[in-house]
Structure formats: C-alpha cells, structure tokens
Design a protein around this ligand. Structure first.
Ligand code: ADP
Ligand code: MG
Length: 656
C-alpha cells in the first residue's frame, strides 16, 4: 500500500462566479514513505494548489487523494482536522510563525490539541528544538530570529505531532543559498526517518536535492525523474487521540495576544468600564438615597400606626372645572363620632387623638413671653431617647424643644427649666366668634432634642391631648383632633385597617402618603438614571465588537496557521471567546474598582457637607458589574468569534 496516492485530480477555480479556470488537470501521482519529492514548476503552475489539496486545506476538487488507503473525499470536517493535525506537517515559504508566542510555544501549539500532558509536550518540543539546533533560542520571539532560524522553528512545529507527511511550500524561497542548503539537509534527515517530504520549488537547484523530481507545467505532470532511492526506514505510525484546545491553553493564547496589544486593550477596557461604572454608581446612589429616606420615615413613623384624617374638597372654581385627582382638598377636624367609627374597626388596638395648634399661642416663664409657632400633642413618634433631660409630659406637663427652651430661658440655663412652672396661653374664638384665652399652668417635663426631619418639621412644644382638652373645656370650648392615630396590634393588620379607614370615608395623613410617593419616585428616578447609564453599556458592547472584529482581521493569518496545523473551528472560536471574556472581566474589574473609589470619595464629601453619605455600594452591585461586563463582552464577541472560526484556512494563509 502506497503512503499517498493521487488519482485523476482536477481542480479549477471559479473566479468571482464567472467561468472556471482549470488549474490542475488529471494529476496522477504515487508517494512512498522516506521519499523526498520536489515538485518543480514555474510560478502559477498550480503547485500550491496541489499542496493545499494534499494537506486537507482544500476539499473542492475532482478525483481522489488516498492516504494510507483512506480517501480524503467524504471525510467529515473533524476527520479532516484530525488528519491535518496528526498526519501532516506544514512548512511555508514565509515561515508563518505566530509572532506573539515564544519559539517554544510556537512548537507546542499544535501539540496542545492532542491529549498529551503539558510535561510531555514541553519535553518533546525542547527535544525537537535541540535536535534542530535552536536550544539557545527557546524563549525568543520569532522576530528575534534570522530567516534560517525561523524556518527551523517552522520545521520543528511541523515535526511536533510526529507526522507521516511533511508538505513544504517553497521552504527555501526566503532564504539565502547557504541557509537553504542547511534547511534542505534538515528535511533530508527527516526523510531518513521514514517521513514523506514533499517540497515545492521553482528552482532546479533546490529540486535536485531530493530523491525524485516531479515537473509540473500548467497544471499537468510533464515529467517524473528519479534521482536516488528513497530511505527505507519504517516509521511507525501510532494512533493519536485528538482533543480540543483546552480552555487553559486558549486563555493563555488570549492573554499573550492581549499583552501584545496592551495599550489598545487597556483603552478599550477602560472605555467599557465607564458604562458599567455609571450603572453601578447610579444603582448605589438610588440604593443609598431610598435607604436613607426609609430610615428617616421609619424612625419618625411607627409601622403599626395608621393615621386618619378627614378630607373635604375645597369649594370654588377648582371644583367646577376640575373634578380629577388634582382637585384641591383640605383636612377638617374629626368628631367624637368619627373617633368611635375608627375605634370600632377590627384589629384596632387603640386610637390616639392628636392635634397641632399653629400660631396664636405663647408660653410665659418668669414674665418672659415667647410665642409658639406650633404646639402639638404628644404621640408615639416622640422617642424617649430624644429627650435630653427630663421625661415625656404627663397630665399638666409640657415638653419643650431645646430650641424653644433656649429662647424662653437662655442658651446657658435652658436645661434648668425642667420641673419649673410655665403658663400657656392660646387665643381662640368661641362659637359666638368672640376671642377667648385658653390658659393652663404647666410643669416642664423635659427638653426634647428634635431630630432634623426635613419636610416633617415638628412643633415647639408638646403636651398630652387630655391636658389641652381640659384647658379648652374650662373655657367651654371643645377641642377637636385634626388627626386620629389608630394603632394595630399586629403589623399584619395594618393594611386591613388602612383599607377599612378608606371605606369609612377617611384618608391616611398626607405626609405619610407623600413620603411613600417620594420613595416611589426616587426608586423610579434611580432606575431611569441607571437605564440611561445602561445606554453606555450598549456603546461599550459595540466598541468591544469592533475591536474583536479588527482583531480577527489582523489575525487572519494566525487563524490560517492554526487551522493548517489542525485547530478546529471550535478551537478558533474558543480563543476569541476567551479573549472577549477576559476583556469584559478586565473592564468589569476596572469599573468596580473605580466605583468603589469614587463612592468612598463622594461619601466623604457628602458626610462633610450634609452629615450623611448617600452612595451605598453593596457587594451585590459589584458582582453585578463584573457579571454584566463579562456577559456584554462575551455577547459582543460571538459575531467576531464565529467569523474567525469560519475563515477559510487556505484563504487566510494567502492573506497578506
Ligand atoms: P503556484 O503555487 O504554482 O505558484 P498556485 O497553485 O498558487 O500556483 O496557483 C495556480 C493558479 O491558480 C494561479 O493562476 C492562481 O492565480 C490561481 N489561484 C490560486 N488560488 C486561487 C484562488 N483562491 N482563487 C482563484 N484563483 C486561484
Ligand atoms: Mg505557490
């Protein structure tokens, strides 16, 4: 059985869909192991085309190529890939080494697609390189070598997978005469071991070196000439098991290539990071602001509390023209009857009457009178912890805010007001519309350090509803609460009580609902801002897509080389996939790092100016940033990766 037989091989190219141009015509050739065959012909005679067909790079031909009794026609794509990897070693005129890999890695790359161990591969690659005389250049890059040395690396790479056939397309075309001879000697020594060497040349001198010359003219075999006997050594051909380029190997390739284009990749990653950074910062800001507001609301409002007010529409033009939700409303006092209605709602534990008197009242202490802008009744929202000195007001007592107490006494002595008697006067009108002065002698129960609650500003002084009620009764006036606080026994009952309050014709106090609305708006605003920032994510995705596309174009040749030495489409896709994933991860790391730094910086500034930092960057957001960045990049990489995988290896190698 011959090692390689070519039978009735015809090949034609169809140029731009027009008529076919015949390049090879009825080629019939036999090859044996240990032969060193020179295919001699002028430029354009079809020599490279023949090599590509033998090498399994081109399957668009008529006739048969039979290797060890097996025809290439009808082999599946993965079988052809395996054939290229295991049986064939390619050597090219222009060396076709991968520029960003070391000499050692260039030789090991083909072995990475076999199931040999890393150690075996390294040992074998070093062995071959030593045999070939490159022992001292293992870690150099191709551009640090001379032409002859580069071709030796290419030969070492072709030998790495122990092929049965070496195809060398003009291997000495770029070398001077002396170096050419050394390379030919080297190839001859390989033939001695029982490998079939087929070289292509247009030089009679080079052709004379081999054991047989095949003269090609215009796609036809013109003449065959035997120069000497083939080498009879028997090369044992072992069955090799192929495997995919491992993820580790593809990541290594990706990292090597990325460091080669470090500047560009850093710029791209930084550009991509800006999008992720703004999204993460916006989410963190939204998170911080809503968290802050929720804390503020929860600390001033009891969760068991359902506040009840009675609203009436304001009469007038607004009502006539606009009956929609914008209708003006005002609250009106609640009656004893209302109190009973609310008290009888299911699950209501207790009901508290509250009211606020704005203006028209003053407190007198030691002949000093101080006007109260607001007098409120004590509710649960006043926390004992906020009382600087003294206690909550009991019957006939009053709690003063620190600010008010300072005005009534002085900055230095205001705390000594606790336990002192003060007089409260309220100017009211009776039913006959006559002015009446409501008066009460009260003991100061304590000083209250009111928390700054922003929009919910409190009163200057607080007293029990009953105390105020009694003072009003003395003047035959009835005090009506402006609001009722219904307390649920259980947090689960709150919603039910709220609903029942609504059904009975009352509403919850506007402050609580305004706060609720504010937090809703804030959440919406934070999402809107994040979505706008999300547009920049799209931009970074497109940018990465463009860069990977450029990378595919730049590396067309490298892809061709990898395919020629047996890489599958899958392997090529994997290399580009690794690169896009790495780029995305890198960009995510920059983004999260920057978000972290910026949040610390801004929070510091905010704490200094407002006393509170509003950017709450959580580990979840950081993880989100990393994952989204990698994901976008991987998605953007899908198109360029499959474009790279689909490249025709033959075309890629023609590409300059
Ligand atoms: P050689 O290697 O002997 O110089 P080739 O085999 O490269 O010649 O080319 C033989 C002929 O086929 C040339 O005329 C060349 O222009 C043509 N040819 C080679 N590749 C292609 C291709 N991909 N498409 C069209 N024509 C091609
Ligand atoms: Mg050629």
């Amino acid at each position: 059985m011959k090692l390689l037989e070519i039978k009735h091989l015809n090949k034609s190219y169809r140029i731009a869909g027009k008529e076919k141009v015949s390049v090879l015509r009825d080629v019939n050739l036999d090859f044996e192991s240990g032969e060193f065959v020179s295919i001699l012909g002028e430029s354009g005679s079809g020599k490279s085309t023949l090599m590509n067909i033998i090498g399994g790079m081109d399957s668009d031909y008529e006739g048969d190529v039979i290797v060890q009794g097996k025809t290439l026609r009808g082999m599946k794509e993965n079988e052809i890939d395996a054939y290229r990897k295991d049986k064939i070693g390619f050597i090219f005129q222009s060396f076709n080494l991968i520029p960003h890999l070391s000499v050692l890695d260039n030789v090991m790359i083909a072995m990475q697609m076999t199931d040999s161990s890393m150690k075996e591969r390294t040992t074998r690659a070093k062995e071959i390189l030593t045999d070939i005389g490159l022992k001292d250049h293992l870690h150099k890059r191709p551009n640090q070598l001379s032409g002859g040395q580069k071709q030796r690396v290419a030969i070492a790479r072709a030998l790495s997978n122990d092929p049965d056939i070496i195809l060398a397309d003009e291997p000495t075309g770029s070398l001077d005469q002396d170096t050419s001879e050394q390379i030919l000697e080297l190839l001859d020594s390989i033939a001695k071991k029982g490998v079939l060497i087929i070289t292509v040349t247009h030089s009679q001198r080079v052709a004379n070196f081999g054991s047989r010359i095949v003269l090609v003219e215009d796609g036809c075999i013109k003449e065959e000439q035997n120069l000497k006997e083939r080498y009879m050594a028997v090369k044992e051909s072992e069955e090799k098991k192929g495997k995919n380029l491992s993820f580790a190997a593809s990541f290594k390739l990706a990292i090597d290539n990325m460091t080669l284009n470090a500047k560009r990749n850093i710029l791209v990653a930084t550009g991509g990071a800006i999008g992720i950074l703004s999204v993460v910062l916006m989410l963190s800001l939204g998170n911080g602001v809503t968290g802050y507001l929720n804390d503020e609301i929860n600390s001033s409002l009891n969760p068991l509390l359902v506040d009840v007010v009675k609203q009436t529409a304001v009469e007038g033009e607004a009502k006539m023209e606009n009956r929609g939700p914008n209708q003006q409303t005002a609250t009106e006092p609640l009656t004893e009857q209302d109190y009973d209605v609310i008290s009888s709602i299911k699950n209501v534990d207790r009901v508290e009457k509250i009211t606020t008197i704005t203006g028209k009242s003053n407190v007198v202490f030691n002949d000093k009178s101080q006007e109260l802008s607001s007098l409120g009744t004590v509710t649960d929202s006043i926390k004992a912890a906020d009382i600087k000195q003294g206690a909550l007001p009991a019957e006939n007592e009053v709690l003063l805010t620190a600010d008010f107490a300072k005005k009534l006494s002085s900055e230095a002595t205001y705390t000594s007001l606790v336990g002192k008697k003060v007089n409260l006067y309220i100017n009211e009108m009776n039913e006959q519309n006559q002015p009446v002065s409501v008066a009460a002698e009260l003991v100061v129960s304590g000083i209250y350090e009111q928390a700054d609650r922003g929009p919910i500003s409190g009163s200057n002084a607080y007293l029990a509803y009953a105390t105020l009620d009694k003072a009003f009764s003395k003047q035959s006036l009835s005090l009506l609460p402006s609001q009722l606080n219904a307390y649920a026994a259980n947090i689960d009952d709150v919603e039910g009580i709220k609903a029942a309050v609504g059904e009975a014709g009352f509403t919850s106090s506007p402050i609580a609902s305004i706060m609720e609305r504010i937090t809703t708006y804030l959440k919406m605003a934070s999402w809107v801002l994040s979505s706008i920032a999300g547009i920049s994510l799209l931009v970074s995705g497109i940018m990465i897509l463009v860069v990977l596309n450029i990378s595919v174009v730049e590396r067309t040749r490298e892809i061709g080389i990898l395919r020629a030495i047996g890489a599958r489409k899958k392997d090529i896709r994997r290399i580009f996939f690794s690169e896009s994933a790495l780029l995305g991860l890198f960009s995510g790391v920059i983004a999260v790092g920057a978000a972290w730094g910026i949040s610390i910086l801004l929070n510091n500034i905010m704490v200094n100016s407002f006393g509170v930092g509003l950017i709450l960057l959580t580990p979840q957001y950081m993880l989100f940033g990393l994952v989204v960045s990698t994901l976008i990049s991987v998605i953007a990489g899908v198109m360029p990766s499959s474009k790279a995988a689909k490249l025709d290896p033959m075309e890629s190698l023609r590409y300059e």
